[in-house]
Design a binder for this molecule. Structure first.
Ligand code: ZN
Length: 460
């Protein structure tokens, strides 16, 4: 029987496939990768391997040069996992290079070449929302960055902006706070003069006792105001947690980060004020860590920014929320709080992580005084937002938002608009409107401090 040209072709194709099988075939084990994602950030770089089926792994760290090796057992390298190497960005703070290959017949080896020694955290997340199983590798710096240092480095020029009416209001608030009556407008805030806490380990006790008194510097006679008001701005969601997604495909996490950055600009532009962001990029920050970050800079206020979705696309308008000890002020508020509180599940929290334990302790200390101050702040912000945007409800709403539980920091959550409403989604993506929202929130904050000077508040 003669061999036809067609047969030859068949054999060649089969041979080609056979050659490829050991390195480029579909997974032969039970595990199958669905997607791989990288979330680089200064705080930590996260690698997420989303998969179906049970995943068995081993890992170890190697020095000289620093690298981490993860072996995935009972598996053949698949296309999805191979894509991991191309997802790495050159400016990743911790990972230099990723290599993926078939180590032996049943083991896939992933090697992370590292830029510096790291503290890795490896854990699994069960399927939630639209996600399947997730295998997560987090690379943390061995020495976590001190959020206070970022504040100390606040650019000089932002402190020397010409005073405006709004800034006068703030400066007046500070002078009142410092008992300087109607003295002249405060000059450059003495940012670097703020005590920098160099304590390496931060136990809850240590965090608690450095709150009020150390924080306040009594100005010596004839000296300019030293007390700088610090506002913690918390753009919701981030990284693995997109938040709500609009009809046109915009993500809440991106919109609120833009508004958060604009709000920071507004606040940094006010004399005697400075702002810090709980996240400055697209990465996930657990709810407790957001509060912890605010406390580590002795924040005077905590402002969480969101743009949520509701089941009905017709829902519209801005709302401002504060914590409730008793229960939600409306069904919608309760629904929303539950949704926001599920952020840790979706974003992916290592429940055994040390930071998470500390965060939990902090979240149980909320007080009535904090809630009363928060309501004053929320009313001021709601009043200003009401001038530029339709309100969902004319009153401040209350519910059990986890992120509002800092025991001694007035904390509000601003739902800027509904991303699920097509008209509002458009507005939320408009840089001019984003700026208007940021300015309205800043004006509300200024009004709050004019009526509730920080020292008086701290002493009551
Ligand atoms: Zn949200």
């Amino acid at each position: 029987m003669s061999i036809t040209r067609r047969d030859l072709l068949k054999t060649a194709t089969a041979g080609f496939l056979l050659k490829l099988l050991p390195t480029d075939a579909w997974a032969v084990g039970q595990v199958r990768f669905v997607d791989v994602r990288l979330w680089p950030a200064d705080d930590y770089t996260r690698v997420t391997l989303e998969h179906e089926g049970p995943l068995k792994y081993k890992f170890f760290l190697v020095d000289n040069p620093h690298r981490m090796v993860v072996d995935i057992l009972d598996m053949r390298l698949d296309k999805t996992l191979k894509e991991l190497t191309s997802r790495l960005k050159a400016d990743d703070p911790y990972v230099q290079q990723i290599r993926v290959g078939q180590f032996d017949a049943n083991t896939v080896r992933i090697v992370f070449d590292l830029k510096a020694p790291v503290r890795p955290e490896i854990f699994n997340i069960d399927p939630v929302a639209t996600y399947q199983n997730r295998f997560v590798v987090d690379f943390y710096p061995q020495k976590p960055a001190d959020p206070l240092m970022a504040l100390v480095n606040k650019p000089e020029e932002s402190a020397t902006v010409e005073p405006s009416t709004k800034e006068d209001e703030i400066a007046r608030a500070i002078r009142m706070a410092e008992g300087q009556g109607s003295g002249k407008v405060a000059k450059t805030p003495a940012v670097a003069d703020k005590p920098v806490d160099k304590t390496p380990e931060k136990t809850p006790e240590k965090l608690a006792d450095k709150s009020a008194d150390k924080h306040i510097e009594k100005p010596a006679k004839g000296l300019e105001v030293k007390r700088v008001i610090t506002v913690a701005i918390d753009p919701g969601h981030g990284g693995e947690d997109p938040g709500a997604v609009g009809n046109s495909g915009s993500y809440e996490k991106h919109v609120v980060l833009s508004i958060g950055k604009l709000l920071k600009e507004e606040i940094d532009g006010m004399p005697g004020m400075r702002a810090m962001l709980t996240r400055n990029g697209d990465f996930f920050v657990p709810l407790g860590t957001r509060v912890q970050k605010a406390r580590s800079v002795n924040a005077d206020l905590f402002v969480s920014i969101h743009a949520d979705a509701f089941v009905k696309p017709t829902a519209s308008g801005s709302s401002v929320f504060v914590l409730s000890e008793r229960g939600a002020s409306s069904t919608a508020a309760k629904w929303l709080a539950n949704k926001e509180n599920s952020s840790d599940l979706i974003g992916g929290v290592n429940i055994k992580g040390a930071d998470n334990q500390l965060a939990k302790v902090l979240l149980d200390l909320s007080t009535t005084a904090q809630i009363n101050d928060s309501i004053k702040l929320a009313s001021a912000v709601l009043g200003k937002i009401g001038k530029i945007h339709r309100l969902h409800k004319a009153e401040v709403e209350q519910a059990g938002f986890a992120v509002l539980k800092a025991p001694d920091i007035p904390s509000i959550l601003v739902e800027t608009a509904f991303i699920s409403n097509p008209e509002e989604e458009k507005k939320l993506n408009d840089p001019d409107h984003q700026k208007k929202i940021a300015q309205a929130i800043a004006a509300g904050i200024a009004q709050y401090f004019a009526k509730n000077p920080p020292v008086a508040r701290r002493l009551t």
